[in-house]
Design a protein around this ligand. Structure first.
Ligand code: 9WN
Length: 506
């Protein structure tokens, strides 16, 4: 059924009062437990009151989300956030394209196209495409720091510089969704199909790079050389592997990220950052060549979240291959990658935690932590019903969204009862709307409609402050990191369209 209401994206648009739907307030479908109870380990936790003011109404929220994307639109691509992240980030762009699809199919396609214009010759999609107009001091490590990556024979020849890392491959999922949204809205379908045909070979090259250069073992799991490649940068997923990294000689550097957040505890610590920058150095010295890094990188890890996203991205690409009439051989390859990916994830299952674990190739050990990445088999679409049941129980338990003190029952990035949990520190506890979207989408695909609806509605309630934070304090609901984060606004638009579509169904 088509989504009838279009979000008005014109300057100063305020959809309030335009229709009945816009007058609904964003309320969770089920009330949460108080959400304001006493915090565990109070001495370590700085608390602040929840955001002031009444929640924003649905129509206004949609207009505000569209305004965030418009403000961050740099002309064919979108910066991840207005100040903290002035460049184009790879997996952000995928989610941003999903949001943009509800506003303008052509613009959504342009988002992915502009990113893939900077694809490396190996097929790698860079984690950052640098904004040539951003002032030099706006982000570290910026284009100057990565300039030697451009010397690699594999680097793209276009003038804009990129980083030499990559990020989780959500792009095919986004491309598939652009067509799905166009079909639901009954608008831009031909344009979307044409775009699928255009972009298919690039996506296939990207997935082939991941299946080969990033998985020479043929394990079905993606190897990463830097925590930034996981997109969950300072997650405790990487603590043990990072502790084994010895920082070598490197030039002094000045952090710029701390200038954009009110509280340094929201960002990675100094020792973590030293290791991040050292690993950038290691990547540059290897010419960003995966084969060299397999020998030289002190951080060499199988990432289950990226691998799960790749399984779903391969499924999406298989559907794109059907739409575009790609050769049978491609489809067989994609099917094989999907199967191998699910099998690889099955092998990383930890029955004690009821979650899936990353694996440190340098020491040959699983990385045992209770983080949101452990839901990888749910995201990949596990075919094992017993595992799906266990994952749902763990998700609902107090180790994640069943914790009684949460502001909303939304999964924190790390289980609140874990020793490394920190409610304000980036990927060590805060709730990330984009991860909520990924889990919601996976629950829908798993046929878990009620759970999915609850997650979506609580996710929207969390965003009803209209600030579109990068991440949120799990107990107070305070937005943290950057305000006006593009992918947060994008997932809000996708959820709002879904909410409306479902409410229109008889
Ligand atoms: C490093 C842009 C990116 C996201 C990542 C998030 C954060 C960068 C940083 O911001 O990472 O890539 O400087 O911390 O962790 O997931 O893509 O939004």
């Amino acid at each position: 059924m088509p989504v009838s209401r279009k979000v008005d994206v014109s300057e100063g648009a305020d959809a309030k009062g335009e229709n009945d739907v816009s007058q609904r307030e964003l309320q969770p479908t089920t009330p949460t437990s108080s959400g304001r109870g006493p915090l565990p380990r109070g001495d370590r936790m700085k608390t602040t009151p929840p955001p002031e003011g009444p929640p924003v109404e649905v129509g206004e929220l949609a207009a505000r989300a569209a305004a965030v994307l418009r403000k961050n639109d740099m002309g064919g691509w979108t910066r991840a956030a207005p100040n903290l992240y002035p460049h184009q980030w790879s997996w952000d762009s995928a989610f941003i394209a999903i949001g943009l699809a509800h506003l303008d199919v052509g613009r959504a396609a342009a988002e992915i196209r502009s990113l893939l214009d900077h694809q490396w010759k190996t097929g790698k999609v860079p984690h950052i495409v640098f904004n040539p107009d951003a002032p030099p001091e706006s982000y570290f490590p910026g284009p100057e720091h990565w300039s030697s990556a451009a010397d690699s024979p594999d680097a793209p020849s276009s003038p804009a510089k990129t980083s030499g890392l990559c990020q989780p491959p959500a792009h095919a999922i986004a491309v598939r969704r652009i067509l799905e949204v166009a079909e639901k809205r009954g608008e831009g379908v031909a344009e979307a199909r044409e775009f699928l045909r255009e972009i298919y070979p690039k996506l296939l090259a990207w997935h082939r790079y991941l299946a080969t250069a990033r998985d020479p073992e043929g394990s079905g799991l993606v190897t990463i050389f830097h925590p930034w490649e996981s997109g969950t940068d300072n997650s405790p997923r990487w603590s043990a592997a990072l502790e084994r990294v010895e920082v070598g000689e490197m030039p002094d550097y000045a952090r710029l990220d701390l200038e954009h957040v009110p509280d340094p505890s929201e960002r990675p610590t100094g020792p973590e950052y030293d290791r991040f920058i050292w690993l950038v150095e290691v990547n540059k010295r290897a010419g960003c060549d995966a084969a060299v890094l397999y020998d030289t990188s002190p951080f060499l890890v199988k990432d289950v979240l990226a691998s799960a996203i790749l399984v779903r991205a391969n499924e999406a690409l298989l559907e794109i291959a059907e739409v575009t009439g790609a050769p049978d051989g491609d489809r067989d390859t994609l099917r094989a990658w999907i199967e191998r990916g699910r099998q690889g994830l099955d092998e990383r299952w930890d029955p004690g935690l009821g979650l899936c674990l990353d694996y440190d190739l340098r020491v040959g050990e699983p990385l045992k932590t209770r983080t949101i990445a452990g839901f990888a088999p749910l995201i990949a679409g596990t075919l094992r019903t017993d595992r799906l049941r266990t994952l749902l129980e763990v998700l609902d338990s107090r180790a994640f969204l069943g914790h009684p003190d949460l502001r909303w029952p939304l999964p924190p990035s790390m289980g609140p009862e874990e020793p490394e949990f920190h409610p304000r520190s980036y990927w060590r506890g805060p709730v990330w709307p984009v991860m909520n979207w990924l889990l919601w989408w996976s629950l829908v695909k798993a046929g878990e409609k009620e759970r999915a609806t609850r997650l979506r509605d609580h996710g929207l309630a969390q965003l009803s402050d209209g600030r579109f934070g990068e991440y949120y304090e799990p107990f107070t609901g305070e937005p943290l990191g950057s305000d006006g984060q593009s992918w947060t606004a994008a997932v809000a638009l996708d959820w709002l369209a879904d909410q409306e579509e479902v409410s229109e169904k008889p």
